[in-house]
Design a protein around this ligand. Structure first.
Ligand SMILES: [Zn+2]
Length: 494
């Protein structure tokens, strides 16, 4: 929903300067009284300014890492494959762990028990519940201010890094406000189709109608410092000004970079925007011969009676490199670039959201190796974040998921293998060989359609010791937002 531009708060130091230079005193005052009066006035203005905006003595940073769909089934799949059943992922060695309840409401405000990435990212970004498909707007279509916007207004730098399109629901919810996640570009904001199915338009948001624009236009105009991910398709679109979104970004002060840019040649700090693929970035791994979850094969006799015939499980697969991945920038490379450009010459700090998006997207596709490769990418980025935090003490690191997904780890073989009838999953199954020599049977069975669905379990949260004191063992998703805000914007010495 279009809203009037927020009033920019004067920076406290500017307020002090104005106060110090202003002549508030009657001419009859003696010089000493005059000086005292100036000091008191400056003190009052400084105090009131600090109450709303705090400039920390030490740069204060939040690194929020979201594994999309990274529920405990996926955390365990990642651990089993990447570290071995008895090993530990990097995130297992963080100081704090909690469980987070997901909340969603219907259009009428009634509880729904399974979420999507738009309403959950809205909860993390704004601390408010909303309904499925909304980007930082409530069920009445009012804009909900986000922690990233508040950070920008108060002088922090903000970065979004993702393996999805930058316009996808998770990053979008931190810096854009539209009624539907489908309104990604100037074209889509007027209406679009997905696999031939009409998607909602956001007509009142369109710049054609005097609104703030599509998601990509709002991201580009948000004042963010670093935007790295996919979504070049939307950068190429024309705006109502007759220029592309990419040109709009340049006009807003972004250096627009591509896959051909040597990241380490970029002198920091710069405002960077990189959209390295048309939409979602390719994933690094796939199953053998690009195989995904498959149904069992039933002999014709088994169709006649469950006591006859045979049932064959899908043959095992391994995870192997995805040829389409090639020179796709790694999430860790984008994270490293973002940290450099956010932290250099920055005495206040930053808010950085990093998303490993395709844990979810590959679970929809029943591709466990795709998801596990994305978990490996999340782990690499977390290692960089922890290395950064070791040199920057006021850095809170939080790793969490937005919602649970479809994958389940099933017994291999089934516990009922000795029964006189064939027992098999009614869903689609992938049997993945692990590097430690095990066989992990992953099942997808949420529906009979072309894409698996999210599920409704609560999700894990991991945090470093700096963040831990602001968190509790069980939280609602919006509490995570509130904790990040309390950490980032707290008065000094708290
Ligand atoms: Zn999803």
């Amino acid at each position: 929903m279009p809203q009037p531009a927020a009033q920019t708060q004067p920076h406290p130091l500017n307020s002090v300067e104005i106060a110090a230079n202003a002549d508030y005193s009657p001419r009859t005052l003696l010089p000493l009284e005059l000086v005292m009066r100036h000091i008191i006035l400056a003190f009052i203005i400084l105090s009131s300014a600090l109450a709303s905006t705090v400039v920390p003595a030490t740069p204060r940073n939040v690194i929020l890492i979201i594994g999309d769909g990274f529920d405990d089934q996926h955390v365990t799949m990642g651990r089993n494959y990447l570290s071995g059943m008895s090993g530990q992922l990097g995130l297992d060695t963080l100081a704090f762990r909690a469980s987070v309840q997901i909340e969603t409401v219907s259009d009428e405000g009634q509880p729904l028990y399974v979420a999507d990435s738009a309403n959950t990212a809205t909860s993390l970004a704004t601390g408010r519940m909303t309904n499925i498909g909304r980007i930082a707007t409530d069920i009445a279509d009012n804009d909900l201010p986000s922690i990233a916007e508040r950070a920008i207004e108060a002088g922090w730098r903000v970065g979004l890094v993702t393996t999805s399109s930058l316009t996808d629901a998770t990053p979008a919810s931190f810096l854009a406000h539209v009624s539907s996640r489908s309104c990604e570009g100037p074209k889509e904001v007027l209406g679009s189709t997905y696999y031939g199915i009409p998607q909602p338009a956001c007509l009142s948001d369109a710049r054609d109608n005097g609104g703030p624009g599509s998601i990509v236009e709002q991201l580009v105009g948000s004042g963010a410092h670093v935007l790295l991910g996919g979504g070049d398709k939307f950068m190429k679109q024309q705006t109502v000004d007759g220029i592309t979104v990419s040109q709009l970004a340049v006009n807003q002060g972004f250096r627009v970079i591509s896959r051909d840019t040597a990241f380490d040649s970029l002198a920091a700090p710069q405002r960077l925007l990189g959209a390295f693929d048309e939409e979602t970035l390719e994933v690094q791994w796939q199953g053998t011969d690009a195989r995904i979850g498959e149904p069992v094969e039933r002999s014709w006799l088994s169709h006649i009676s469950k006591y006859f015939g045979s049932v064959t499980e899908p043959s095992p697969m391994s995870c192997e490199p995805n040829p389409a991945y090639r020179n796709t920038p790694r999430l860790a490379a984008m994270t490293d670039l973002a940290l450099t450009h956010l932290a250099t010459d920055n005495e206040q700090g930053f808010f950085l959201m990093i998303e490993s998006a395709s844990i979810d997207k590959q679970s929809h596709k029943r591709n466990p190796c795709g998801s596990i490769g994305e978990i490996a990418q999340l782990e690499e980025s977390l290692a960089l974040a922890r290395s950064f935090a070791s040199n920057h003490p006021e850095t809170a690191i939080i790793v969490t998921a937005d919602h649970a997904q479809a994958a389940q780890i099933l017994p291999e073989p089934t516990l009922y293998a000795n029964y006189p009838i064939a027992i098999y999953s009614p869903g689609l199954t992938a049997r993945v060989r692990t590097p430690e020599g095990g066989m992990m049977r992953i099942n997808y069975a949420t529906n009979n359609g072309f894409s698996e669905e999210h599920t409704g379990a609560n999700v894990p949260l991991f945090a470093n010791d700096v963040a831990a004191q602001w968190l509790s063992a069980f939280m609602r998703q919006r509490d995570v937002h509130d904790a990040m805000e309390r950490f980032l914007f707290r008065p000094e010495n708290h």
